[in-house]
Design a protein around this ligand. Structure first.
Ligand code: NAD
Length: 322
């Protein structure tokens, strides 16, 4: 894989294979972190309403543009529609708030974050509202908002010129297949959890055969989930796994680079997150070397269907991936 981008269906836009993730980048740090990431060379920024940091991320982008490090058109900004805004009455309102917070006049790729319509929470009541819709709530509250209506609103955003590409996240084959039956614009990408413990090979093969590109999140496995209730955290951290460490030592790379290269070598985009400039640099340095077939075979042996981002395991009574 010498190409550093993939070409998206419909628009032909080039999406960088290595982007920068912003989940858990705190608002008081995000401006500097994003500015640093752009300075290091990241051109894709992956954000979401739910991360609660879009204003600060927008400031980091604005600073990098103001200082002439990049132009807006050099960047590929991704963000996501939160579950409480799936209704056809609220998609535009939610999107416009995000666009304003980011300080941009268009988004390169807008994703439905989860195929989970939750009860609407007015923006002035709680923002972002998260999974629970009130402090007292102990159960998620669903809403009867079909994805086909939500997708139609996403398509309207494309028609308005405010969004260049639309896509989905955390969808499975059934939900993709359904979407294909009515969409005017096919999703450009599917963003899902992928790492050697959960390679999702068949899902990736099937989805890419339909001209939809895959982005992997949580490439380092359990690292971001240590504070969440999840049985998976008992698994050995991937970054410390003997197989990963030994391949890394042999190649003079660090374990994080091995995990990221493993994905991009399959044509899968990655969006690692780090607040440290040195790690930002190594996580971005993935194109001047490659894994051998033998090394890939070793990594394939780690597959064990182990998922870390699972609403069910956070106590939400939602076995989304069952
Ligand atoms: P990640 O796999 O990128 O891990 C991030 C953590 O790994 C960092 O906090 C840091 O502690 C550590 N780290 C980073 N570089 C390292 C290195 N080189 N060596 C050792 N440790 C290192 O985790 P993630 O944040 O879960 O996923 C990446 C991005 O994917 C997110 O920031 C977000 O943008 C996106 N995401 C999307 C969804 C979704 O539902 N669509 C879910 C989770 C994450």
């Amino acid at each position: 894989m010498s190409q550093q981008h993939v070409v998206l269906n419909r628009t032909g836009d080039k999406m960088p294979l290595v982007g920068f993730g912003t989940w858990k980048v705190q608002s008081d740090q995000a401006e500097d972190v994003i500015y640093d990431a752009i300075k290091v060379g990241y051109r894709l920024i992956d954000d979401a309403c739910d991360y609660g940091n879009e204003q600060a991320v927008g400031k980091g982008i604005a600073r990098a543009i103001k200082e002439g490090i990049v132009k807006r058109e050099d960047l590929f900004v991704v963000t996501k529609l939160w579950n409480t805004y799936h209704s056809k009455d609220h998609v535009q309102e939610a999107f416009n708030r995000q666009l304003k917070d980011l300080g941009l006049d268009y988004i390169d790729l807008y994703l439905i974050h989860f195929p989970v319509p939750l009860k609407y929470v007015p923006l002035d009541k709680a923002y972002p509202p998260g999974w629970y819709q009130s402090e007292q709530a102990t159960k998620v509250e669903y809403e009867r908002s079909p994805i086909h209506e939500c997708w139609r609103e996403m398509e309207k955003l494309v028609d308005s010129g405010k969004v260049r590409n639309i896509g989905v996240s955390n969808f499975n084959v059934q939900s993709m297949l359904d979407l294909f039956t009515y969409c005017k614009y096919k999703p450009a990408t599917l963003q899902i959890e992928i790492h050697p413990y959960l390679p999702q090979k068949r899902l990736v093969e099937w989805v890419t055969s339909h001209d939809v590109h895959i982005t992997a999140y949580s490439s380092f496995g359990p690292v971001s989930y240590e504070d969440l209730t999840d049985d998976g955290r008992k698994a050995k951290p991937l970054l410390q796994h003997d197989t990963i460490k030994s391949i890394a030592n042999k190649k003079g790379k660090d374990p994080g680079q091995i995990l990221l290269r493993w994905a991009i070598q399959r044509g899968i985009a990655v969006i690692p997150k780090s607040t440290h400039v040195e790690r930002m640099k190594t996580n971005h340095d993935l194109f001047s070397w490659e894994l051998t077939d033998e090394e890939n075979k070793e990594l394939d042996k780690l597959s064990q269907g182990l998922r870390f981002n699972n609403p069910d395991s956070y106590g939400f009574d939602l076995p989304l991936f069952a």
